[in-house]
Design a protein. Structure first.
Length: 78
């Protein structure tokens, strides 16, 4: 999916600055976390035991073709 970036240039979804939007049980936005650019590949994720696992295999991060690397995030109440 293409979009127009802040500089007015057309960009690919892979290069859009990623973030996680946190919602409550009523689907109301209660928070947002910016993620590192060109590191997290938001097309590859899964959940397990209350954690959200995001891929570090972003195409611009020179991923290995032999392994998939994920980092786990666990929400905490503030």
């Amino acid at each position: 999916m293409d979009y127009t970036g802040p500089d007015g240039q057309r960009r690919n979804w892979d290069n859009k600055p990623p973030s996680l939007i946190i919602i409550n049980s009523d689907f109301e936005k209660v928070g947002e976390v910016d993620l590192p650019v060109n590191t997290i590949y938001t097309r590859m994720y899964f959940t397990h035991n209350g954690k959200l696992y995001l891929s570090l295999n972003h195409p611009d991060n020179n991923p290995s073709e032999d392994e998939m690397v994920f980092v786990g995030f666990k929400p905490e109440k503030l």
